[in-house]
Design a protein around this ligand. Structure first.
Ligand SMILES: C[S@@+](CC[C@H](N)C(=O)[O-])C[C@H]1O[C@@H](n2cnc3c(N)ncnc32)[C@H](O)[C@@H]1O
Length: 209
């Protein structure tokens, strides 16, 4: 599509996710999308094009735009990353035939998700993607709060299920998403059904509050 020429991404992380989302968006037909972790807007731009080509979209993007531990260690210029997020999403929205209501929540995800809950957006979103902090306590908070915000019948997913750091003292499970995703999906097993996805990500449908 024409609008693609004006999008600028320094990372291609989302390309692994794209085929899974093509299937999940057909299955879920979302109109209200929430993502934790937006970076340059690759996943947000996918949602915008995939939904607003056919129907109006409400999308909420939560990010500190400070980067995770990995970005901070690599010295990534997060001011430029935020500028690219703004221009990429604006350019994508400008090319869409249907309206897009984009709300940017610049802050820590636990606080921003709690604010959405306090605003009354429980049982509200059709699709939620957790791709923010990789630290287990943060991922657990995103999972529990995100689940509250997800509609019954809605789809929620996590990136980086197998992400881990090379640390001088070896592997530290508390600094990975996996232990939090496992704990959450075990505790909520009666309220979710898993959906088919590559093993580097985890998706489920919410069956009950
Ligand atoms: C891997 S990137 C997101 C990539 C994006 N979903 C995509 O597909 O292109 C992770 C993002 O999470 C953000 N982040 C890390 N910890 C966070 C936290 N506790 N709250 C909110 N955002 C956080 C970082 O600033 C970074 O932009």
């Amino acid at each position: 599509m024409g609008e693609k020429k004006t999008l600028v991404f320094s990372q291609d992380w989302f390309e692994i996710t794209r085929p899974t989302w093509e299937k999940l968006f057909l299955l879920g037909q979302p109109s209200r999308v929430l993502e934790v972790g937006s970076y340059e807007g690759a996943s947000a731009c996918f949602s915008i094009r995939q939904v607003a080509s056919f129907r109006p979209l409400e999308i909420h993007c939560v990010d500190t735009w400070e980067g995770g531990i990995d970005h901070q260690e690599a010295g990534v210029d997060m001011v430029s990353v935020y500028e690219r997020f703004q221009s990429n999403t604006a350019n994508m929205i400008a090319g869409m035939p249907h309206p897009v209501q984009l709300t940017v929540h610049k802050g820590y995800s636990d606080i921003e998700l709690a604010k959405l809950f306090a605003e009354g957006k429980s049982n509200y979103f059709d699709f939620i993607y957790i791709d923010g902090s990789h630290q287990a306590p943060d991922v657990l908070a995103d999972a529990v709060l995100g689940f509250k915000l997800l509609k019954v019948g809605g789809i929620m997913g996590f990136d980086d299920y197998l992400w881990q750091e090379e640390l001088p003292y070896g592997r530290d499970p508390l600094r990975t998403p996996k232990i939090a995703i496992d704990a959450f999906t075990n505790i909520y097993c009666r309220k979710i059904e898993f959906l088919d996805a590559p093993c580097v990500q985890v998706y489920f449908r919410k069956l009950a509050e």
